[in-house]
Design a protein around this ligand. Structure first.
Ligand code: TRP
Length: 325
């Protein structure tokens, strides 16, 4: 059995990209008996903006998303990293293990800096991958279910673990990424499916919203539906989404829809997405506020205990444990 650690930024409702990228994996791993930790990365929200937004609500909605997709509240440890002081303290020794050049070369951070379009880059923006290493290593996470965009961060994490172990003492495992079925799902406008681009189908979207979004999605002028990702990316993306939701291959679906055209493809996609999301909506509706609080409270208590132990080990390895506390 492995310890699994993964996380999300609380910036809005989780969507299909998250579902197929990592959420489905988390649930599967939990059913296989692994220990699953989910960090709500609230400090990461302020990497590219001044205002964190309505975080209290966003975090609680995120917990509802987790429970709705089937994470078991009695086994999954869910916590916002801001609530776990010892986790954050790991950032200090970890920062000493990476160079400025390494931070500046991180391709995901570079993309985020570009799309944030701000005059200055904050220190947190450059160093959050190091903080993310603390998210993973505080509990000695071994497997990290993520999308492809997170691979550079996982490399930073492995580098930090390796350097710490070599310099001080073998405290940390070297965590491995676990890529989902579709590492990067495209949104309804052809760009990457993303909360901030407004092109995503949220897991909590009601049927009418799903239908409206899919009806408005781009297709092309060719009448017959075929699966040709290189030349017909918009049609291929709808086929991919419908296929993922219904457990069929896009090519197979294309054959079935064929001459019925784009309207039929969209109708099919709406049905497939709604069939996947309807049970999630039903589960979500049954989750009380008290249940969300209970899950968070327990998650934070467990995370604090583990983080305290790891920090003590780290301090001891570095010779900073001057007196036993
Ligand atoms: N950076 C991740 C994202 O934007 C979220 C995240 C924070 C994370 N801490 C993590 C993912 C630790 C995996 C492990 O999606």
């Amino acid at each position: 059995m492995s310890r699994i650690l993964t996380g999300d930024r609380p910036t809005g409702a989780l969507h299909l990209g998250h579902y197929f990228g990592t959420l489905a994996n988390r649930v599967r791993l939990q059913h296989e008996g692994h220990e699953v930790f989910v960090v709500v990365a609230d400090y990461q929200v302020i990497t590219d903006r001044d205002e964190p937004g309505p975080l209290r609500d966003t975090v609680r909605e995120l917990v509802r998303d987790y429970l709705a997709v089937g994470l078991d509240p009695d086994r999954t440890v869910v916590f916002p990293h801001s609530a776990v002081p010892a986790l954050n303290q790991l950032l200090l020794p970890f920062l000493a293990l990476v160079g400025k050049g390494e931070l500046e070369r991180n391709p995901t951070v570079k993309d985020e800096i570009r799309s944030a379009g701000r005059a200055t880059v904050s220190g947190l923006m450059l160093t959050y991958p190091v903080h993310q290493a603390a998210d993973i290593l505080f509990c000695k996470g071994e497997l990290v279910p993520v999308g492809k965009d997170q691979l550079p961060h996982l490399e930073v994490c492995r580098t930090i673990a390796r350097r710490f172990n070599e310099r001080y003492a073998p405290v940390f495992p070297l965590p491995d990424a676990l890529l989902g079925e579709v590492p990067v799902l495209r949104g309804l406008d052809g760009r990457k499916m993303s909360k901030s681009l407004g092109n995503a189908i949220a897991l909590s979207d009601p049927r009418e919203v799903i239908a409206a979004k899919i009806r408005a999605a781009r297709t092309d002028s060719a009448r017959t539906i075929t699966y040709e990702p290189d030349t017909r990316p918009d049609v291929a993306n709808l086929l991919t989404i419908a296929g993922l939701c219904s457990g069929r291959t896009p090519a197979d679906l294309a054959d079935e829809i064929g001459a019925a055209g784009a309207a039929a493809l969209k109708a099919h996609t709406i049905e497939a997405v709604d069939a996947l999301l309807a049970p999630l909506r039903a589960r979500r509706a049954a989750i009380s506020d008290a249940e969300v609080s209970r899950v968070l409270k327990r998650g934070i208590a467990t995370a604090r205990e583990i983080a305290d132990t790891t920090l003590a080990e780290v301090n001891a390895a570095m010779g900073m444990d001057v007196i036993a506390l």
